[in-house]
Design a protein around this ligand. Structure first.
Ligand SMILES: Nc1ncnc2c1ncn2[C@@H]1O[C@H](COP(=O)(O)OP(=O)(O)OP(=O)(O)O)[C@@H](O)[C@H]1O
Length: 320
């Protein structure tokens, strides 16, 4: 009887893949990841933590906590090297957190690695493909790995690639002849093919032209509507974050600096800047990733938010 009750709250997604849809899709709890920088052998021998005053460790992700509900689209925003990809890699079981825990629908990324791998799908620019083969051949290969029948896969592949704006003559031509942006679309198509439960998109629209960007963004929204997908997306494009994400997390040097709906964050930063109109997402980003958070005191001291920002950034550059 207990087993039956259990099954009632579980949804079977495919063979041996069950989720409890009432659980949070992603729970990141106090996660950190430190990388060691390469150092000369004799320094390793003496276990030095610094060389010429420079740290030999990078705290890529520093005590990050974030809970994402099913069907949410959450953006991870941060400058180059702020730790976005490291976080995504830990979510997708490619890296193990040093401290803290991550679960996907209650499955732990370390203990239940195999189940997590079935629930998530990561798209990144480093996607691996057989470059001599066409998009169709590459995607049929991927579909076979997911036990999809050839006929079902074929029609789905045509629909997705067409939807992403890839012309039919390109679908059967070698991938190596396609531009980087086009290849990225094929990587996105591969993730969409299997209608993942949790989709991790690592800078999916970087390098795409404006129309292609919109194609991808619309498709991401469709995926949520039609398949109840939960989507975590890293991007440098603030307009994209604004248009697509229910909430954004801003990270800087591995630390979570802000989390909230874009409108909420815009109003909060506008209030701090003493402005009536909401500020732009670019301004929100600049505010939370400035060398230090700009406080009301700073604004009074320097005369305006902009002047305080410039002064504090100049201080940071001097220190570096
Ligand atoms: N395998 C690794 N070994 C050592 N250091 C690493 C490794 N991977 C990442 N780092 C360092 O960790 C920090 C965070 O890197 P990460 O790639 O997560 O940043 P990011 O926000 O994704 O950057 P970008 O926007 O440029 O892709 C950087 O300082 C980077 O140099």
């Amino acid at each position: 009887m207990a087993v039956r009750d259990d099954l009632m709250v579980q949804t079977q997604l495919s063979e041996n893949v069950f989720i409890d849809p009432t659980k949070d899709a992603v729970v990141i709890d106090g996660v950190s990841k430190v990388f060691k920088k390469p150092r000369p052998l004799f320094r390793r021998f003496f276990n030095q933590k610094e060389v010429d005053g420079k740290k030999l460790e990078v705290r890529a992700v520093d005590d990050v906590s974030l809970t994402i509900k099913r069907r949410e689209i959450v953006g991870i925003l941060g400058a180059n090297g702020s730790g976005k990809s490291t976080l995504i890699r830990m979510l997708s079981t490619l890296l193990i957190p040093d401290t803290g825990s991550i679960s996907i629908f209650g499955y732990d990324v370390v203990k239940d690695e195999r189940m997590v791998q079935r629930l998530i799908n990561r798209v990144s620019v480093e996607a691996s493909f057989f470059k001599k083969l066409s998009p169709m051949e590459n995607l049929l290969y991927a579909a076979r790995l997911y036990n999809m029948s050839g006929a079902e896969a074929h029609s789905k592949i045509i629909a997705i690639l067409t939807r992403l704006g890839i012309k039919s003559d390109r679908i059967h031509a070698p991938l190596e002849n396609m531009s980087r942006g086009m290849q990225q679309k094929v990587a996105i198509a591969r993730a969409f093919l299997t209608a993942p439960i949790v989709l991790l998109l690592d800078e999916p629209t970087t390098g795409l032209d404006p129309r292609s960007k919109i194609d991808v963004q619309n498709f991401v929204e469709e995926l949520r509507e039609q398949h109840d997908a939960t989507i975590l997306i890293t991007t440098h494009d603030m307009d994209e974050a604004d248009a697509l994400c229910d909430r954004v997390a801003i990270i800087d040097q591995g630390r979570m600096m802000a989390l909230g709906e874009t409108g909420e964050l815009k109003r909060a930063v506008a209030a701090l800047m003493g402005r009536e109109d909401p500020v732009t997402m670019n301004e929100v980003f600049m505010h939370y990733t400035a060398s230090q958070l700009i406080t009301e005191e700073d604004i009074q001291r320097y005369g305006s938010w902009e002047k305080a920002f410039e002064a504090l950034e100049a201080e940071r550059e001097d220190e570096e």
